[in-house]
Design a protein around this ligand. Structure first.
Ligand SMILES: C[S@@+](CC[C@H](N)C(=O)[O-])C[C@H]1O[C@@H](n2cnc3c(N)ncnc32)[C@H](O)[C@@H]1O
Length: 628
């Protein structure tokens, strides 16, 4: 078990006759993702699990600075591996495509149920054959997309996607699903007859068109700041190119996001925007023998912690191979871990306050385990002036906000810093979603486009399916646009174990809400609210099987559960309080971020309140019609 666990969110006791006198409500943003991503890593590579790595895997070891707050809260930083779910997707001889849900998928049961509900099997063959139907190709792709969307979905996407159109799974999911099908089609070209090749080519074109259409819907505005002096960044690019980096990106200053990578030319789906030789990647191999031997005595110390301590020293080494890289790094990182008192106060009423507080406490405790012991025992290796708390925090912020987990050809996952790739910013509508695997043949790390990027446009990655609270804590920003991963988790305590509803697609162990603007189904029995939550509340009300028939007894239950949810959300709103005008006027980066975060939380809760009110109105109206 990880050594760092976020304390559960403060509880609000909600008077509720429905669930045995009370429901304990907690809201927490990140637990879900921690669970999911940790699983994701295990699925990608069993060999890389801590058990098989003799204490060298940062995910599963106990005493690790970087294993750390971020991982223990929500998994990795830029973790973005192609999921194993599609490993068995294959094109058979008859030119039909087989999509298969991997049994090792951590959400196998939930996805299987959902696939079956939609009339698919976990191994589904789709015939791609010409027919008299003029839409034969797009129809096939639509079917594949439906299956791929489910296979590629995260827990939150499944939770909120139930009883919603497939588009509600979000743009990242859609992009990943389409690209997965595309990769399969591309991989199938060799060894097939010309007729099949023609079909595959047409299929390829249809998928690329769909990706382009989806991209046109989601074009976030980025403003490039003119006149930005990027001498250091240019030098780093030059150094990279001299050492084998191939790039079709240049560095510019992007309003609100610092430096970013801009396409130098039009880039198409599948193009490689950036290619970094493995020899330039900063990974655990760089920790010198003397430092390694001094550190290995610390029980459970991981390669990631060693590397972090290495980077604290290396940044001051004038002869470092990575001097140009270190020179481009900021003197200060503005992540949640550096929030001052005012910003923390501005976060009052949110879970983020607790999360950042605990993250800081954890880092302090980790620092105290290592220092001053290391400086006293090995002053030649750990010069005290390089290992002060502030420098340690700087290094933690560097690794949290700039590292990537990379899978190497030996099958191991390593946490790395990647010069130049470190300029890529995150987007909810990313251009690059699959990265993180060294191409063994080329011995490089490639960043290939999952959607096109025009010359002059910023090219962005997906760092992961992160909530704003995670992004604020470890990266220090809130992304542009509506973040579908901004969820508020509701913990109903023991009531949750007691009232699981067998009729839902899965017995969800956690319940949550997010902005109801993402939802399209506002009918009675749905209200724009997540079905698993409503089903849970209904079962808690009475354990009999509930139907969605418009009957007075059902509508009375609807009124009770909506009033119950209203009460929970009203309490949450009270906790958040009114916006503080002084905070709003503040020009401090951290207070501004805290205010923005709190506004997002208010927006989510307020949307749920509105949905409950509208739902209640409709149900009461329907009931009065029946009575009349
Ligand atoms: C890997 S670095 C990307 C390069 C960074 N912009 C720079 O100037 O060095 C990650 C950091 O970039 C910033 N960043 C990334 N994506 C962002 C976004 N969508 N909006 C605002 N800031 C972003 C955050 O400060 C984050 O900690």
């Amino acid at each position: 078990m990880p050594n760092y666990q976020i304390r559960k969110q403060r509880c609000i006791l909600v008077a509720c006759c429905v669930v045995h006198n009370f429901i304990r409500m907690q809201s927490r943003n990140d637990t879900l993702f921690q669970q999911f991503e940790d699983n994701d890593v295990d699925v990608v590579d069993d060999e890389s699990s801590g058990a098989n790595q003799e204490g060298k895997n940062m995910h599963l070891n106990d005493d690790n600075v970087m294993n750390d707050v971020r991982d223990h809260i929500t998994g990795s930083m830029w973790l973005d591996y192609p999921s194993s779910s599609f490993d068995s997707m294959a094109l058979d001889k008859d030119c039909s495509i087989v999509l298969e849900l991997s049994e090792s998928d951590p959400l196998f049961d939930t996805k299987k149920k959902l696939l079956q509900d939609k009339g698919f099997n976990t191994r589904q063959q789709i015939n791609v054959k010409r027919s008299s139907d003029p839409n034969w190709l797009s129809t096939s792709v639509e079917v594949m997309l439906q299956i791929a969307t489910i296979i590629k979905s995260t827990e939150a996407e499944l939770y909120f996607g139930q009883d919603q159109p497939m588009e509600s799974y979000g743009p990242r999911n859609e992009l990943e699903a389409l690209n997965s099908i595309l990769q399969l089609v591309e991989a199938s070209f060799s060894g097939v007859c010309q007729m099949q090749k023609n079909v595959l080519q047409e299929l390829h074109n249809v998928i690329v068109d769909m990706i382009c259409q989806s991209s046109d819907k989601h074009r976030p505005k980025t403003t490039i700041v003119e006149g930005y002096n990027s001498a250091k960044e240019k030098q780093l690019l030059q150094w990279g190119e001299n050492n084998g980096v191939k790039t079709r990106l240049q560095i510019a200053y992007v309003e609100g996001a610092g430096r970013g990578a801009i396409a130098k030319e039009d880039l198409k789906v599948g193009d490689t925007a950036l290619e970094i030789p493995t020899s330039l990647i900063i990974s655990e191999e760089l920790v010198q023998a003397d430092m390694y031997h001094a550190l290995e005595k610390f029980e459970g110390i991981t390669p990631e912690t060693m590397l972090l301590l290495w980077s604290m020293k290396e940044r001051h080494n004038c002869n470092s191979k990575y001097k140009m890289y270190f020179d481009t790094l900021p003197e200060e990182f503005h992540t949640g871990l550096s929030f001052g008192v005012k910003a923390m106060m501005a976060l009052g009423g949110t879970m983020l306050l607790d999360e950042i507080t605990e993250a800081k406490e954890h880092l302090h405790a980790e620092y105290d385990k290592l220092f001053p012991a290391l400086c006293n025992e090995h002053p030649d290796i750990f010069a005290p002036e390089l290992y002060k708390w502030e420098q340690f925090l700087w290094a933690c912020e560097l690794w949290y906000s700039n590292s990537m987990k990379i899978k190497f050809p030996d099958g191991k996952l390593r946490t790395c810093l990647i010069p130049i790739a470190g300029f890529l910013n995150h987007s909810l509508y990313p251009h690059i979603v699959n990265y993180g695997r060294i191409d063994a043949a080329a011995n490089t790390l490639k960043f290939c486009l999952s959607r096109s990027c025009s010359a002059g446009q910023e090219c962005c990655l997906s760092y992961g399916d992160f909530s704003s609270s995670h992004l604020v804590t470890f990266y220090g920003f809130i992304p542009q646009g509506e973040n579908p991963y901004d969820v508020i988790q509701l913990d109903f305590g023991s009531a949750q174990d007691e009232f699981t509803d067998g009729s839902s697609i899965s017995n969800w162990s956690t319940h949550m809400v997010r902005g109801t603007w993402f939802s399209e189904n506002r009918n009675i029995f749905y209200y724009g609210l997540p079905s698993p939550l409503l089903d849970f509340l209904r079962s808690a009300h009475s354990p009999v099987l509930h139907t969605k028939a418009l009957l007075p007894e059902n509508l009375k239950i609807e009124i009770e559960i909506l009033e119950n949810l209203l009460s929970i959300c009203n309490d949450m709103m009270d906790e958040l309080g009114d916006p503080d005008l002084d905070d709003r006027k503040s020009t401090n980066w951290d207070v501004k971020l805290a205010v923005e975060f709190k506004d997002i939380q208010r927006g989510i809760v307020s949307s749920v309140l509105t949905s409950c009110h509208c739902g209640l109105k409709r149900v009461k109206h329907e009931l009065s019609e029946m009575d009349g």
